[in-house]
Every structure is written in structure tokens, then in C-alpha cells.
Design a protein around this ligand. Structure first.
Ligand SMILES: Nc1ncnc2c1ncn2[C@@H]1O[C@H](COP(=O)(O)OP(=O)(O)OP(=O)(O)O)[C@@H](O)[C@H]1O
Length: 260
């Protein structure tokens, strides 16, 4: 699938995707498109499988024995099933970046945090690194705040700045898809507003899949929303329609706060 029925470009999609933590069947027959250069939000009550699905998109579950994927997660334009065991998960993670709930900068300087992925890729030219690092920090709306202290430890930044640094670290390697796992849940309202603003800017540059508990946030930043419950996608559609005219009773109950 490279476009939807409505002719929208599909950056990635799952096909009959199931996931198991040992014998626990956490995700059931998920068929979900992620539309290119748009934001897709995953919402639903605690434990419904949002994070499990998000983490499957960069094969995070590979790191733990007993986890099992079934079905496909396909990345375009090359139509690669990233779950294929012949596909190197490190390559997948270069193409699919991830920003976690709590900012997790490396215990290195601001500069070295952003340089990290570029160095892994073999980039050695100092002027090339400088340019890419500035571009990534600008892309994460952090450049003006840190340009005079690039060699200071990243841990000296505020929580919101650290989260933007983690976004810059992802942007430096030009990911095609960015995964956000509740990126503002550890932040105050101002830092949250900054990250939301950033997400709305980034959606012109990169495809975004975001898990959020905050329905107002999903409504503000996303174009498409998937409502999940008990490991299944109950409803998927244009965010405004899912929020204003949900097709399923379960979705309506959740959106209106009658459940969850
Ligand atoms: N490592 C694990 N081993 C076994 N079961 C797990 C593991 N991680 C999550 N689960 C189970 O998988 C299901 C989905 O969990 P997941 O964290 O994806 O839900 P979620 O919708 O992201 O929840 P929350 O909003 O609370 O973060 C839950 O029933 C959870 O208990």
C-alpha cells in the first residue's frame, strides 16, 4: 500500500499485525496506515497497547527475549517489511527515530548528543557535523538557547530543553518517521506548549506517530487519530471526525469521558 483509498501517501502501515509478550497477546490484527508528512495520534485507556504498537515501529521489542511479532510493518517508499529478520534493527532505528516520555539525553555535551547518530554513521568532517548539528538544533527550536554553550553538559538543560535536545538528536540523522511516546507527560505547561508547537512545525518535514494520554493534545496536534482498546484499533480516521463524529459507541464513550 503506497496510498490510501483517498489517494493520500502512506509512509508506513501495519498489515494483520499481532504482538505477544510471551503468551500474552497484546496487539490483535492491527491494520493501520501512517500518512506521510502528517501526525497520527494513538489514543485509548491505559493498557490498551498504544506504547506497544508505537515501539513495534522501530523494533524496540527485539531487545527483550520472549517478545514476538506476527504480520507486517511496512515502510515506504521501498515497501520494506521492517519485521523481516533479514532487516537490521539498527538500520530501522536510523530511519525511525523515537522520543521517550522522559527526556533521556546522554551524559555528554549538548554538541555530542546531537552528533551521536552522525558519528555512528561515520560522519567525520567537523564542518559537516557543525552544519548538521546547527540545522537539527534549529529544527528542534533549541538553537538560540544553546548556541553559546554547545560544549556544556546536556544534563544542565531544563526538562523541556532536554526533550527538545532529544528531538534534535533524532532529527540530525534525517529520520523518515518520528515516534513520540507521551513526550510531554514529564513537562510543565509551558514546556508542553513548546513541544506541541514543535510537533506542528515538524509535521511538514517528517512523518509523526504520537502516543498521548491527553485528548486535547491529540486534537491540537494530529491530523489522524486511532482509538485503541484491549489491543485493537477500534476506530481510525481524521482527527476532527473521530473527536466530533465518532462512528463507534466505544470511541464516543472514551472521548466524552464516560469511560477510561
Ligand atoms: N514487558 C511487558 N511484559 C508483559 N506485558 C506487558 C509488557 N509491557 C506491557 N504489557 C502489557 O501489554 C498491554 C499493553 O501495554 P501498553 O504499555 O502498550 O499500553 P498503553 O496503552 O501504552 O498504556 P499506558 O497508557 O498506561 O502507557 C498491557 O496489558 C500491559 O500490561
Amino acid at each position: 500500500m503506497s496510498t490510501t483509498e483517498q489517494n493520500l501517501p502512506v509512509k508506513a502501515f501495519t498489515r494483520d499485525f499481532n504482538f505477544y509478550y510471551g503468551s500474552f497477546h497484546a496487539l490483535k490484527s492491527i491494520n493501520l496506515p501512517v500518512i506521510e508528512k502528517h501526525v497520527t495520534a494513538l489514543i485509548g485507556p491505559s493498557g490498551c497497547g498504544k506504547s506497544t504498537l508505537l515501539r513495534s515501529f522501530n523494533r524496540m521489542h527485539d531487545l527483550y527475549p520472549g517478545n514476538r511479532y506476527q504480520g507486517e510493518i511496512v515502510l515506504n517508499p521501498d515497501n520494506t517489511n521492517i519485521l523481516d529478520t533479514r532487516v537490521d534493527p539498527i538500520e530501522v532505528r536510523m530511519r525511525v527515530g523515537m522520543v521517550f516520555q522522559k527526556p533521556n539525553p546522554f551524559p555528554k555535551s549538548i554538541y555530542e548528543n546531537v552528533a551521536y547518530g552522525l558519528r555512528v554513521r561515520g560522519e567525520k568532517s567537523r564542518s559537516m557535523l557543525d552544519d548538521k548539528i546547527e540545522d537539527a538544533l534549529r529544527g528542534a527550536s533549541l538553537w538560540n538557547e544553546v548556541k553559546d554553550r554547545l560544549n556544556q553538559p546536556a544534563t544542565a538543560l531544563s526538562g523541556g530543553q532536554q526533550q527538545r535536545l532529544c528531538i534534535a538528536r533524532c532529527l540530525a540523522t534525517d529520520p523518515e518517521l518520528l515516534l513520540f511516546d507521551e513526550p510531554t507527560s514529564a513537562l510543565d505547561p509551558i514546556a508542553t506548549a513548546n513541544i506541541e508547537e514543535l510537533v506542528t512545525q515538524l509535521r511538514d518535514r517528517v512523518t509523526i506517530l504520537i502516543v498521548t494520554h491527553n485528548m486535547q493534545q491529540a486534537a491540537r496536534v494530529s491530523h489522524y487519530t486511532a482509538y485503541m482498546y484491549l489491543g485493537e484499533v477500534v476506530e481510525y480516521g481524521i482527527t476532527d471526525e473521530v473527536f466530533l463524529r465518532p462512528k463507534k459507541k466505544e470511541t464516543e464513550d472514551y472521548i466524552t469521558g464516560r469511560f477510561g
